[in-house]
Design a protein around this ligand. Sequence first.
Ligand code: NAD
Length: 257
Amino acid sequence: MGDFTGKHGLIVGVANKRSISWAIAQAVARRGARLALTYQGRFEEHVNDLSQGLEQPPLVLPCDVSSDAEIASVFEKVDQEFGGLDFVVHGAAFAPREELEAPFVNTTRDGFRIAMDISAYSLIALTRAAMPLFEKRGGGSVVTLSYLGSQRVFPNYNVMGVAKAALEAAVRYLAADVGPKGVRVNAVSAGPIKTLAAAGIKGFSNILHVYSDRAPLRRNVETGEVAEACAFLLSDAGRAVTGEVLLVDAGYHVTGM
Ligand code: NAD
């Protein structure tokens, strides 16, 4: 499924070997893609270590997605090295821990702003910065990662649920805006997986149990399975799909109780 030979991609959101973005990096690199990986400050060493395991040595660059200057610098370096870009993976999300512990009604103005900026606005900023590089390749594909907490209430997901709703709406608006330039924008909404980001959600293990008890496939999903779905959307196999939120959650989203 999908040959990435000769394709170049930027992957934002690798923190460690459990990151969904790392599984995506491996899935597309295995199929021939050359990658740029970005890291958020404290994860530099992890990302450098992981990058040794890819077939083609990736560009490894710092990027805090709340900084327009860092985003601009990443795309400048990617353009210099790759002379354009074929795809972008957006796997960054953050909300202050307090916002995921306090009752939702107590969400602070600042916590709301931070969650929205890092988890939703950054998709718009990255897509915009990628456009001139996509143009050099005659089009491109962007994939972001969402969660069902955008549509339904999960304990302690709180402001992240609101940010994911905004992210999914941004996918649709971006898709409509950049589609005429041959650029596709989609989301994969993954079932719960034990990663660093998930560790910030109180009671996350309960959510895992509820999914494996009630999902039609009676199990949870693995990062590699989410990565395969992302690779489909990033590849030519997904060339007619845009503005979509693809649920990869062992079917949990169809259950009524
Ligand atoms: P993760 O902790 O491995 O990845 C989250 C990434 O966000 C980290 O690499 C972190 O560095 C990055 N990030 C946070 N703030 C940033 C900033 N200011 N600038 C740049 N990067 C920043 O966890 P993950 O579960 O792999 O999360 C990846 C994506 O998948 C997130 O959007 C998450 O919401 C989504 N997701 C996760 C699950 C799950 O259960 N793990 C389910 C559905 C969706």
